[in-house]
Design a protein around this ligand. Structure first.
Ligand code: NAD
Length: 295
């Protein structure tokens, strides 16, 4: 029998905004394999995620795959990946009532809190992306929105890994990071504007750079390029239209159907496990094979 057992491992998961996020399914799969899960959620989403973790009406969504009970998280920490340290936070954000209640929500502070409390970090999940001009074509994207999309959606992985390096270095069996990317980082997907395609292209080379920079510490860095899936963020790209992209891709994919978020979660578990101990700097396409097609 080939075991995947994350008992005793600590996973820091970014990007849970609700119980439809890829990161939600990833958290459940990691937890089902035995990992202790700490969520680092956008400060504005902390309350929503806390209620999803406790409300009876959301119980079914908390059920773990493979009959493993219910999702249990160790902590839900606020983290806005726009900020490396609290010194980067501008005054208008600091005083915003949705932020003001939290003394710490930078990448460095979040990673330090987890690393110190749990004595190390074995798994980091990067599942965040944002562009305020996502509905604009690339040509019409402003410089401000472009840089913001790059900072939140791409640079944040580098910042996370720099902060996590001391806690992930030379862990028993090695440590692993997995990020989420999209085909729009390789090729033109017409609706994927606002700097997001550039951010995904940047994320893809950054993951290779980080794999090279961190490999000597036995830290692996890989990405999953997921097929289109109607999470809340994805539906907001073109309200009502995104479902058509899913249909388009599924009709043309070698496996002629949409992906499920559990498939992304399972592939993430594989990449974090010792079964993938020789795999780093890679992009694994979990898209029913759509990327190999030229139609
Ligand atoms: N849904 C798809 O079709 C699809 C396909 C391929 C890749 N992806 C990628 O998967 C990842 C997760 O997206 P999803 O589809 O699960 O949507 P989602 O909206 O559930 O997740 C995106 C998360 O990013 C978080 N976020 C945005 N700005 C942030 C910030 N400044 N600080 C901290 N968190 C911030 C949001 O709160 C949200 O939880 C993203 O990287 C996305 O690009 C999605």
């Amino acid at each position: 029998m080939i075991p995947i057992d994350f008992t005793g491992k600590v996973a820091l998961v970014t990007g849970v905004g609700d119980n439809e996020s890829f990161a939600w399914f990833i958290s459940k799969a990691l937890n089902a394999a035995g990992a202790k899960v700490v969520l680092a959620c956008h400060p504005r989403m902390v309350g929503i995620v806390e209620s999803i973790m406790t409300r009876e009406q959301d119980r079914e969504s908390r059920l773990l795959p493979y009959g493993g009970g219910e999702l249990k998280v160790e902590k839900i920490l606020p983290c806005d990946v726009s900020y490396d340290t609290m010194a980067d936070v501008p005054e208008e954000v600091r005083t915003d009532r949705r932020y003001a209640k939290f003394p710490e929500y930078s990448i460095q502070g979040t990673v330090d809190a987890v690393g110190k409390e749990f004595g190390g970090i074995d798994i980091v999940i990067h599942s965040v992306a944002f562009s305020r001009e996502i509905t604009k074509s690339h040509k019409d994207t402003s410089r401000k929105a472009y840089y913001e999309a790059l900072g939140i959606s791409a640079y944040s992985l580098t910042s996370l890994m720099r902060a996590a390096e001391p806690y992930m270095a030379n862990r028993p069996g090695g440590a692993a990071a997995v990020g989420l990317t999209y085909l729009g980082g390789d090729r033109v997907v017409p609706y994927y504007g606002g700097g997001m395609s550039t951010a995904k292209a940047a994320l893809q080379i950054d993951a290779k750079q980080l794999a090279s920079n961190l490999g000597s510490k036995n830290i692996r860095v890989n990405l999953i390029s997921a097929g289109p899936y109607a999470s809340r963020a994805a539906r907001s790209i073109r309200p009502g239209e995104f479902e058509k992209s899913i249909e388009y891709a599924s009709q043309r994919s070698p496996l002629p159907r949409p992906i499920t978020p559990d498939e992304v979660a399972n592939a993430t578990v594989f990449l974090c496990s010792s079964l993938a101990s020789g795999v780093t700097g890679q992009v694994l396409y979990v898209d029913c094979g759509y990327n190999v097609m030229a139609v």
